[in-house]
Design a binder for this molecule. Structure first.
Ligand code: PMP
Length: 383
């Protein structure tokens, strides 16, 4: 048994049973679940969370709205989440000139579920999805989980998507779904609108296929959202989340904006009543506090820019970041550097990009602790 996930079953005498002893799908055999190490240290800057807890008045408002929802918990929730989708559309409209209505917006339990529903609808057995790597590894994992083939698209040595290389890759592989993560995780790199347009055109010529722009971090970007590109492009989807800018990773609320036909299409695979009444009530309360929450985003952007400047001053290489995290290096042994930083009580992320680590922008005090740790590491490396 090769699986790392073996369990003794009290009832069964003899050999312990592991995942690989079960009649699971062959492509899942020997694989590990996604997840960053959860280590209890004072400074946790490894999962791109917002470090600021929700403000007390919002916590009180959530309690109020959830109490209201609780009165009818004997009933199923609004299956179409109409009020919430209207609220999300209103939020998108205030930050972007391109008008979307609630019929253009779909919501689910985190953008991971949104992406899963999109792959269930537009991917699946016999179909393929392409993403430009290194990027958010859940894209390929959700592809695997939905039986969709995965094609690794290229980024250049600066982690940018080169327009011509991208177009050539799409023409070669003719994928059914294309992912563009902008700003990209783990590198922080934004992709210009012109490149996304070229990718869209290439994807339409090759198949046509669905192009999903994953804008989980766009509120932290120096650039505008690509939402206006939706105009006249029915096979384009922009996915978003309340996990980062809204500081509500625990809520599990992701959403996308697209042509209304895409919203209709995902209804074919969504589970009925997938968004609980408690989730809908909480998300609506958070939307009422958009201004307050976006003020935290401004603070985090300033801290992100400070991290970039100070890491460079210390002597590290830094990838230009449009997200709430920074990729820094280069290390001969990134895993050893990760451990040394951890030894100083600071948890960052090794995303498996050779030579690089990623740090999430935290509070000023957390960032100071991180900078102190990497300053010490640099001194040690130079000694
Ligand atoms: N997209 C990207 C690029 C991400 O980095 C993440 C979370 N790390 C997600 C989507 C998923 O976020 P959630 O499911 O919390 O909305």
């Amino acid at each position: 048994m090769s699986s790392a996930y073996q369990h003794d079953t009290p009832a069964a005498a003899g050999a312990p049973i592991g995942i690989d002893d079960l009649p699971i799908r062959p492509e899942l055999r020997g694989k590990s679940p996604y997840g960053a190490p959860q280590i209890d240290v004072p400074v946790q800057l490894n999962t791109n969370e917002n470090p600021y807890p929700l403000p007390a008045p919002l916590v009180a408002r959530i309690a109020e709205r959830v109490a209201e929802a609780a009165r009818t918990l004997n009933r199923y929730p609004d299956r179409d989440a109409l009020e919430l989708r209207a609220g999300l559309a209103a939020y998108l409209n205030r930050t972007c000139q391109y008008p979307v209505g609630r019929e253009n917006v779909w919501a689910a339990n985190g953008s991971n579920e949104v992406l899963q529903q999109l792959l269930q609808t537009f991917g699946g057995p016999g179909r393929t999805a392409l993403g430009f790597e290194p990027s958010y590894s859940m894209h390929s994992l959700i592809a695997r989980g939905t039986g969709t083939g995965w094609v690794r698209g290229p980024r250049d040595e600066g982690f940018r998507i080169d327009r011509d290389t991208a177009v050539a890759a799409i023409a070669e592989h003719a994928p059914d779904v294309v992912f563009v993560t902008s700003p990209n995780n783990p590198t922080g790199t934004a992709t210009p609108a012109g490149t996304v347009l070229a990718i869209y055109e290439a994807a339409q010529a090759a198949k046509p296929s669905l192009v999903v722009v994953d804008e989980a971090y766009v509120e932290f970007s120096h650039h505008d959202s690509l939402l206006p590109l939706l105009d006249g492009r029915p096979n384009l989807v922009i996915s978003r989340t309340m996990s980062k800018a809204f500081g509500a990773a625990g809520l599990r609320l992701g959403y996308f904006a697209a042509h209304r036909a895409v919203v209709d299409a995902v209804q074919l695979v969504r589970l009925p009543y997938h968004l609980s009444a408690v989730t809908q009530a909480t998300a609506l309360a958070a939307l009422e506090y958009t201004d307050t929450l976006l003020a935290y985003v401004e603070q985090l952007k300033a801290e992100r820019d400070r991290l970039v400047a100070e890491l460079r001053a210390i002597g590290y290489e830094v990838t230009e970041s449009d997200a709430n995290f920074v990729q820094f290096g280069k290390f001969a042994d990134a895993d050893a550097a990760w451990r040394k930083i951890l030894d100083q009580g600071v948890l960052v992320r090794d995303n498996g990009v050779p030579g690089w680590l990623r740090v999430t922008a935290g509070t000023p005090a957390e960032n100071d602790a991180f900078l102190e740790a990497v300053r010490a590491l640099k001194k040690e490396q130079q000694a």
